[in-house]
Design a binder for this molecule. Structure first.
Ligand SMILES: Cc1ncc(COP(=O)(O)O)c(C=O)c1O
Length: 410
């Protein structure tokens, strides 16, 4: 019998967190009411009506193969948005050299590793630095690109952001990391606001990360897809940090998405911006393995990047839910109102047992934190005591679910 021979790296991928959750909840019968899915960060707020109008109005364009680098209008809209939002100097970004549309940032975060991870860095196997906990795609990207994933502690002591100071040669001696880790690093992922903890990197942190990337010649991939879901202060962006450091974009790429900002996860639209050499190479790679964004989607996406009204309304809805969460759960489960994202990262004891109990007793699906993390150097999974709860439903549903969660967890 002929058998398929798989890429050996494929066996190193663990099941996707939602698949693991499905297995965890298998055999449990929830109450008859429809389940409330708070495991996946899929915004349920209605997108602005002009999205549907624009899709309808441009329906003739479904008959055309879309260009890989999108339309000039989209690139200009994205560039103008970045310039406004991150207070970049006029002309800092060139729409044709610095911005590339992608069919959702997940694909782009995966592909970037295939672009910038070489077979060897120096004479060693390359590493990819990944926050721990993380957005799972970073791990799949590193593994499938042949790199060694290095999980960087991102706990309380470093503000729930990757603690790059651990790689200081003096400190590194006292850690289990290979002293050569940074020299071997080809790529580092950073997520701000961070999924799952909601922490935000300040400008100083971003500048230090950029400086480190340049000193050790690795690519800093900054996932800012939650940048518009913030509580009170707009999170700074890595492009602003580049501008502050003199304007050079070398080694830096940033990922932005409409999925969360505009509540259109099904539109599959985002963009990558930054180092023009990487953007040009990325465009070449995507010509082979990427999905071009359909032209009607481009038209809707262009209009979404030009509009801030719906984004502000969206934030107001999330703020109301965070306020409700504070009122209902405040002072418990280590809840501190996140600076960004729509996630609650709750310390509940046993994350898996809690996820099962919530599903069984109330039909509420949440994600055990352990599925978003890997054991640290002492063998302990930093997410094991946590659950991640996505506040993606309307206020009433959210309040109902949080009341049930509070009552069930006691
Ligand atoms: C941290 C993070 N990055 C990227 C993505 C991908 O978003 P999209 O592919 O919809 O742009 C997600 C989606 O959940 C996410 O949580």
């Amino acid at each position: 019998m002929v058998r398929v021979i798989y890429n050996e790296r494929f066996a190193l991928l663990t099941d996707y967190p939602f698949e693991r959750l499905r297995a965890l909840l298998e055999g449990i019968t929830p109450p008859p009411s429809p389940p409330v899915v708070m495991s996946i960060g899929e915004p349920q707020h209605p997108p602005p009506p002009f999205v549907r109008d624009l899709l309808d109005a441009s329906s003739a364009l479904w008959g055309r193969y879309p260009p890989m680098n999108g339309t000039p209008e989209f690139r200009v809209a994205a560039t103008d948005w970045l310039t406004r939002r991150f207070a970049l100097p006029a002309g800092f970004l060139d729409p044709d050299r610095h911005v590339l549309p992608v069919a959702g940032t997940r694909e782009a975060l995966y592909l970037i590793a295939h672009l910038v991870v070489p077979r060897r860095k120096g004479s060693a196997r390359p590493t990819v630095l990944i926050p721990n906990p993380f957005y799972q795609v970073y791990v799949g990207a590193a593994v499938m690109a042949g790199a060694e994933p290095v999980y960087v502690p991102s706990g309380r002591q470093s503000g729930f952001l990757p603690d790059f100071t651990l790689f200081d040669p003096k400190i590194l001696q006292r850690t289990p990391y290979d002293p050569d880790t940074l020299n071997r690093t080809a790529l580092a992922f950073l997520c701000t606001p961070a999924n799952p903890q909601g922490s935000v990197a300040d400008l100083e942190y971003l500048k230090q990360a950029i400086t480190l990337a340049r000193r050790y010649d690795f690519v800093l991939a900054v996932d800012e897809c939650y940048s518009e879901i913030y509580d009170s202060i707009p999170p700074p962006g890595v492009l602003h940090a580049c501008a502050d450091l003199g304007g050079d974009l070398t080694n830096v790429v940033v990922f932005h998405s409409l999925s969360k900002r505009s509540s259109v996860p099904g539109l599959r639209s985002g963009f990558v911006a930054g180092d023009p050499d990487i953007i040009a190479a990325f465009a070449r790679l995507r010509a082979y393995g990427g999905a071009a964004t359909p032209l009607p989607v481009m038209a809707a996406a262009t209009a979404l990047w030009q509009d801030e009204v719906h984004v502000a309304e969206n934030r107001t809805l999330y703020r109301a839910k965070m306020t409700a969460a504070e009122r209902l759960l405040g002072g418990r489960f280590g809840l501190c109102r996140p600076a960004g994202t729509f996630f609650l990262w709750l310390k509940v004891g046993d994350g898996e047992a809690t996820a099962r109990a919530l599903f069984q007793k109330a039909g509420i699906r949440v994600l055990p934190g352990a599925y978003l993390a890997r054991p640290d150097s002492t063998g302990v999974n930093p997410g094991r005591h946590y659950i991640r709860v996505a506040l993606v439903h309307d206020l009433d549903t959210t309040v109902w679910a949080l009341e049930r969660l509070r009552d069930i967890l006691g």
